[in-house]
Design a protein around this ligand. Sequence first.
Ligand SMILES: NC(=O)c1ccc[n+]([C@@H]2O[C@H](COP(=O)([O-])OP(=O)(O)OC[C@H]3O[C@@H](n4cnc5c(N)ncnc54)[C@H](O)[C@@H]3O)[C@@H](O)[C@H]2O)c1
Length: 284
Amino acid sequence: MNNSTNDNSSTNGSGVSGYESLDGKVVLVTGAGGGIGRSIAERFSSVGAKLVINDVSADSVDDVVQSIGAAGGTAMGAVADVSSSEAVGVMIDAVMAEHGRIDVVVNNAGLVSPMLHFFEADEAWWRRIIDVNLTGHFIVSHPAARIMAKQGGGVIINMSSGGATRAHRAFTAYDATKGGIEALTRAMALDLGPYNIRVNALMPGSIDTSGLGLDDRKLRGENVPLGRIGEPIDMTGAALFLASDDASYITGDVIRIDGGMLAQQRSATVDIKPPSDFPSVEDL
Ligand SMILES: NC(=O)c1ccc[n+]([C@@H]2O[C@H](COP(=O)([O-])OP(=O)(O)OC[C@H]3O[C@@H](n4cnc5c(N)ncnc54)[C@H](O)[C@@H]3O)[C@@H](O)[C@H]2O)c1
């Protein structure tokens, strides 16, 4: 390579700060048919990015593409299973035929379920979750990063979880993938930095992507220092920031968007003063 001492001062050398730098950028979001991925895609569209909406579900891809189009944005659909290098190859070719470049990849697609206790689990379960969550990040990033390197740079955003550093019960495979994704993020950042490709991860806390009832939302919110469960929209600001030129000197890092959940100790013996016992604002 001939750019080992690259001196680009921004992701694309534009010198434009803020989200304006994302206007016209080609942004591929995997698993964007719903939940966090959809919200991130819609937010990128709101700042003028051209979206590629990936998901395994064709119906949800159509729905998001139409919704972005109706709001005045630009989006193409790309139905593909991220664990299939053949399907992802077809998707990347289609993006290049349409746009001729890829500026940002958000590796969001991930499987949580089925949740199984370690003794209930089998190898097929383990392999499927590893294939989609961890290998899927590699399969999508590998061709995309080659394209980014040839065009002079780009941004990859991976999707971690609190499970990367604090375990969930019955999530052995999922938590292993998320720990792997954080390690992958650091390793990719080292290998791809000289090509002006930044690689970071987002770590969502408890984000309501399944339409929880009021009681569940309240219960889960009580475990969060900010006092509420997260919404998909809460994930979008950090995604835009990491993709923008304002983050041009940030790579290999993980941003937690969890309302402070991982900042705390939670156990019956340690957490002896719940928020309900805190002084009320009127008493201050
Ligand atoms: N919601 C949370 O509280 C939370 C917390 C931590 C991490 N995360 C992570 O955030 C990401 C998104 O989570 P979410 O809650 O929005 O999930 P979700 O289930 O609502 O959405 C995930 C999307 O990915 C798609 N998908 C699944 N397998 C796929 C595959 N093989 N190829 C392409 N698309 C596929 C699904 O069809 C779905 O539309 C995941 O990586 C998840 O692990 C979520």
